[in-house]
Design a protein. Structure first.
Length: 488
């Protein structure tokens, strides 16, 4: 059997847009992905639905998969002839053990490539408003691991060289050893008044910071139970943050939004929420399974006076089928409709003057093109099921881990269909819909969505109804501050 290839890829510090172009392309091509805890799970949505996802995350004193096992998994999967991506948080060469993994692959004759990523020691400070070098405040910079293989896990460093020779120091995962770090820097010549900042979950919407000095920061962190994952940045350069802080000024910074999902692709709404600074979990994750083309309908496509498309995928599959069967698009005499404004826009982009219609029953004498969920909802003269939409059960453990690490503050339902899809997803996870929705504020778009929620037994006490997605985007930044709800 032909040997596959392993790509050791840096996923960046957390913000999904900070992965490299090459890294994103490799995720799309992968047949197996072994990923770490600090990899943003949304990156996995780039993968092929048939890609095998293997979690290799590590927590302090609790390893899901030990390094030796990871190494052997990389070798075994490559020997099966597969394209393997080892997805590592930040940059794989910065405290990412990429050297150990590459050595093991080389020892077994497995071809590999190493793809750099943006490291959190530089990215997290920038998102906190601190460049790690500056002509006025500091021209030297060091990346330091706050853990090593010593007996007590405390770093064995040349403290004098760090204290006297480096202007700005970034310690990775340094919170548990924070007092030890500060004491040694002060003992070897660093001023107790040197500014320090802790940056937790840097570049994410849930980013948190804590500022102090070498003399105070350890007690401050203990008082508020500050924890890893975090970067500890030490140096006078920290003081520039007051002038150029930018990320925390985004309108939805700090918000943790659960967005009910009906589409297989990332929604434009999710992108806009993240652009405004929120962390967004799109739930559940769907995949499509294309069905056989309906040749009977294709052969009489010119006879229909109106055609309704119920999903983005149905539009793609419909026109792919026309091309495959060499049917001239000019044969279509029908007026085209989209089941939502987004679908209408997609049809318009193909050169049709489409109209939005949210009533299936108007098409009893027309053609409805969509996934299998619409097949039994209306007795139309023509229903073409282009694909089946299935919940991607491989993402259930991914969602469990996502829910463990965020404190959600809002649930958003963009349309009526998203309510049932959301309920189905929670059922697959053995989580009660009532449990989550009665603990969180709900914002929905449209009265139909409100009615669907009420059909499931929810009152309007924690429900806000808005006419459009634009109204939703204008409303969310002004919601009253609330305590983060309990996690799912």
């Amino acid at each position: 059997m032909k040997i596959g290839k392993v790509y050791l890829v840096g996923a960046g510090p957390g913000d999904v847009q900070l992965i490299t172009v090459k890294g994103a392309e490799l995720i799309q091509q992968a047949e197996v992905i072994l990923y770490d805890r600090l990899v943003n799970p949304k990156l996995l949505e780039l993968a092929n639905p048939n890609c095998e996802l293997v979690y290799c995350g590590k927590l302090p004193n609790r390893h899901t998969m030990r390094q030796e096992t990871i190494n052997s998994q990389l070798v075994a999967k490559a020997k099966e002839g597969k394209i393997v991506v080892r997805l590592k948080g930040g940059d794989p060469g910065v405290f990412g053990r990429v050297g150990e993994e590459a050595e093991e692959l080389a020892r077994h004759g497995i071809p590999f490539e190493i793809v750099p990523g943006v490291t959190s020691g530089i990215a997290a400070p920038l998102y906190a408003g601190i460049p790690v070098t500056h002509r006025q405040y500091g021209e030297s910079f060091a990346l330091i691991t706050a853990h090593d293989q010593s007996k007590d896990g405390k770093p064995l460093l040349n403290w004098a060289a760090l204290a006297k020779g480096i202007d700005t120091i970034a310690f990775y995962m340094g919170v548990s050893n924070l007092l030890f770090i500060c004491e040694n820097l002060m003992k070897h010549g660093k001023s107790p008044n040197t500014p320090v900042i802790l940056i937790q979950w840097g570049t994410m919407g849930r980013q948190k910071t804590l500022e102090g000095t070498l003399a105070t920061i350890a007690n401050q962190a203990k008082a508020v139970q500050f924890s890893n994952p975090a970067i500890t940045l030490v140096g006078e350069l920290v003081s520039i943050r007051k002038k150029i802080s930018w990320f925390e000024k985004k309108p939805l910074f700090g918000r943790q939004i659960l967005l009910a999902r009906t589409d297989c692709n990332e929604s434009a709404l999710a992108k806009e929420l993240m652009k405004q600074g929120a962390d967004v979990i799109e739930f559940p994750k769907w995949k499509t399974v294309q069905t056989k083309e309906n040749e009977e309908i294709l052969n009489k496509i010119e006879t229909y006076e109106k055609i309704l498309f119920t999903s983005s995928e149905s539009i793609d599959y419909f026109f792919e089928a026309l091309l495959k069967h060499k049917i001239d698009i000019r044969k279509i005499q029908a007026k085209l409709f989209g089941y939502s404004d987004k679908l209408t826009k997609k049809l318009n982009e193909r050169g049709f003057m489409a109209t939005t219609s949210k009533s299936l029953h108007r098409f009893a004498d027309g053609l409805i093109v969509g996934d299998s969920s619409f097949e039994t909802q209306v007795a139309a003269s023509g229903v073409w099921v282009t694909h089946e939409k299935q919940m991607d059960v491989q993402f259930i453990p991914v969602f469990f881990r996502m829910f463990e690490e965020v404190r959600l503050d809002t649930v958003v339902f963009p349309n009526a269909a998203s309510v049932l899809a959301f309920a189905h997803g929670l059922n697959e996870m053995n989580r009660k819909l009532e449990y989550i929705l009665k603990r969180l504020p709900i914002v929905c778009v449209g009265n139909e969505t409100k009615v669907q929620l009420e059909h499931l037994g929810f009152s309007s006490s924690n429900l806000t109804v808005l006419p459009t997605e634009d109204d939703l985007l204008n409303y969310l930044p002004h919601m009253n501050n609330m305590e983060f709800a309990q996690m799912i």
